[in-house]
Design a binder for this molecule. Structure first.
Ligand SMILES: NC(=O)c1ccc[n+]([C@@H]2O[C@H](COP(=O)([O-])OP(=O)(O)OC[C@H]3O[C@@H](n4cnc5c(N)ncnc54)[C@H](OP(=O)(O)O)[C@@H]3O)[C@@H](O)[C@H]2O)c1
Length: 245
């Protein structure tokens, strides 16, 4: 975040601070604002002068003092909570992680939150915002082979549940025609502390590889940049999207 700008804004009375939010700013609800990737998405969106509502089960943990940021309590798997939280938003980001009983894929938060969002979106009809859900890299294909089919994890382990939970979430969205969805998967491993280069490539279902035929991965900050770019200039509504170098 631009610290100089932030400091200046904080020194202003609240009405003046609100006045600097551009008229074309989007209202973006970010589930997972406290998380490793979600926190980078919050910073990226605020730096680009959007209004951000960070959702957490413990909103007091979101210590972000910025005029266009607010923290609210919410549960991405709860219908009534989600309906209330996303009302009036332009875009919702689901950057969440959670396991359920026995680590079964269908119990993961990614699966359950996608189903919750779909049900809420249908209830809201035309007023529903778009959703961008963070997906798993192993749900992408390499030369037509699904990454998940090359892995040998046992059912009941956390990672098995997590990666197949991402797969189920993707299928939930693909089975809808009314929901404005995008699932974004990284092409290769994340580089958590990598820089924001602002230069990345996008694709759909196939892993993006470099000149050496390897998936180059993506930094958390460039994934955040790609997500806010997609919100500002939509290219992938109703589709899966991958981001990589
Ligand atoms: N990190 C990676 O290398 C990687 C790789 C591939 C895919 N992904 C996917 O990217 C997404 C984000 O990953 P991450 O590493 O940033 O996750 P993370 O740091 O573990 O953060 C998970 C977030 O989920 C939120 N959360 C948990 N239960 C919730 C609920 N019931 N309602 C609302 N929010 C809830 C938590 O918020 P509170 O605790 O504040 O409620 C937390 O901010 C996940 O889907 C993950 O599988 C990550």
């Amino acid at each position: 975040m631009n610290k100089a700008k932030c400091t200046t804004l904080l020194a202003l009375p609240i009405f003046a601070a609100l006045a600097v939010i551009p008229a074309n700013a989007d209202t973006i609800v970010i589930y997972g604002a406290s998380g490793k990737i979600g926190s980078k998405i919050v910073t990226e969106a605020l730096d680009r002068e959007h209004k951000v509502i960070g959702v957490s089960r413990n909103p007091e943990s979101l210590d972000i003092k910025y005029p266009s940021f607010s923290a609210v309590a919410g549960d991405a798997s709860n219908h009534e909570s989600t309906l209330k939280t996303i009302n009036g938003a332009d875009a919702v980001i689901l950057s969440v992680r959670g396991y359920g009983p026995n680590n079964f894929p269908e119990e993961t938060l990614n699966n359950r939150s996608s189903k919750t969002f779909i049900a809420v979106s249908r209830e809201m009809g035309n007023d529903a915002p778009r959703v961008i859900q963070l997906g798993g890299g192993s749900t992408l294909y390499t030369n037509g082979v699904l990454g998940l089919d090359t892995q040998t994890r046992d059912e009941g382990t956390p990672l098995h549940g997590l990666v197949w939970g991402h797969w189920l979430a993707l299928q939930n969205y693909r089975a809808t025609t009314s929901v404005k969805w995008t699932v974004i998967s990284p092409s290769g491993p994340y580089n958590p502390d990598g820089p924001r280069t602002g230069t990345y490539r996008t694709g759909s279902d196939e892993v993006l590889v470099n000149e050496s035929g390897q998936a180059g991965g993506i930094s958390h900050r460039d994934m955040a940049a790609a997500i806010i770019d997609e919100i500002e200039a939509p290219q992938s509504i109703g589709k899966r999207m991958t981001v990589g170098y």
